[in-house]
Design a protein. Structure first.
Length: 369
């Protein structure tokens, strides 16, 4: 067969297979909309909290107003006891509890440190963290005011007291995730994994559907077609989708293209291997989906690689998504130079060579059988 005939045949094999079309185009498109959608607001705000004010002094009510002014928290209920507040929480009326203890104002006047109590459901970590942050910030503001007032009463000028009420000034500035939101944190990495997994399923299913079509020419054309398709899909993900959700990007098109080529080549060879190895095409989807969660947690963006067993880290580097996620995050989200991701780049090239040799081995075994 000529190259042109092979190209037409492979193209028909792709567009005529509903599983491939749904996975490659439908999967990539729907994931780009559905996955980030629940986190579109980035950070949960105005979380409902009930207050238990056991002191009922003017200062305690001032503290309540400070808490209600914080963007993270909204006081919606008032309880007369901790048990009553607990029942409101268990019924789902509020997401957190704020307790101002008895003798709160008296302890402040005596220079003691009263204890403010916060409670919430830590299983919703973002919600819990938001509530604690808002309550702690309001409590810290009131504590600062009380300390400044005490320093003034001791004879310090108000300017000096305001500048020295604590010994260390802290200024926190997020570098790579300015909004401290979930989308900038996880979506860029997960999108890379989605691209890999859908590519593996698509090219693996095409290969497993008709194992007779595995000549060198056919494999070259198949890989070229899928790489061309996925260059377009990567442009959609890293361009329009990132812009839609406000994900910060720093790499230029040439850098992304240079790094994408070995990533797509390695993933294509791996997908060919899966298609040659599985006895039935349905197994391709099962194997790829089963590998998704281990690959997410071993890629180094959710859990530090230093905290993972070293053999698991070595094993994860056999899959293109691991160095690809690290490289794309570094150059595109963190603004690294391309020279700083050379290790990941050559890891992908080495993977391409490794999976190519596996493809050749599987083909030789198939011919001998």
């Amino acid at each position: 067969m000529s190259w042109r005939e092979i190209l037409v045949e492979e193209f028909k094999a792709i567009i005529s297979n509903p599983v491939v079309m749904l996975t490659v185009f439908g999967g990539v498109f729907f994931y780009s909309i559905l996955y980030p959608l629940p986190y579109a607001n980035q950070i949960p705000l105005e979380q409902k909290v009930t207050v238990v004010n056991l002191d009922k002094s003017k200062v305690s009510f001032d503290l309540e107003r400070m808490v209600n002014a914080a963007p993270q928290v909204h006081l919606v209920n008032r309880a007369h006891s901790v048990e009553e507040a607990k029942q409101q929480f268990l019924k789902g009326e509020v997401s957190g509890i704020f307790v101002i203890p008895e003798h709160f104002y008296r302890d402040l006047l005596l220079g003691k440190a009263p204890t403010l109590a916060y409670a919430g459901d830590a299983s919703f970590f973002l919600v819990y963290g938001t509530i604690v942050e808002g309550l702690a910030r309001a409590g810290g503001t009131l504590a600062a005011e009380a300390k400044v007032a005490r320093l003034v009463m001791e004879g310090q000028p108000i300017e000096a007291a305001a500048n020295h009420y604590h010994s260390i000034d802290t200024m926190m500035k997020p570098v790579f995730n300015a909004g401290m939101g979930y989308i900038n944190y996880v979506v860029p990495a997960v999108f890379v994994l989605i691209l890999q997994q859908t590519l593996l399923i698509g090219i693996g299913v095409v290969g497993a559907t008709n194992k007779a079509r595995h000549s060198a020419k056919q494999l070259i054309v198949r890989i070229a077609l899928f790489m061309l398709i996925y260059l377009f899909l990567m442009g959609y993900y890293f361009g329009w989708s990132f812009h839609l959700y406000g994900v910060e990007t720093h790499a230029n098109v040439f850098e992304l293209f240079m790094f994408a080529m070995p990533f797509l080549l390695s993933a294509s060879f791996l997908g060919i291997c899966i298609g040659l190895w599985v006895p039935r095409r349905e197994w391709v989807t099962v194997l790829v989906l089963m590998s998704s969660m281990p690959l997410v947690f071993s890629a180094g963006f959710i859990w530090p690689l230093e905290s993972l067993p070293q053999p698991l880290v070595w094993l994860s580097n056999l899959f293109p998504s691991t160095p690809a996620i690290q490289g794309f995050l570094s150059v595109n989200q963190m603004g690294a130079e391309f020279s700083q991701i050379v290790r990941q780049y050559f890891t992908l090239l080495a993977q391409s060579l490794f999976w190519l040799l596996v493809v050749i081995g599987l083909k030789v075994r198939g011919v001998s059988e």
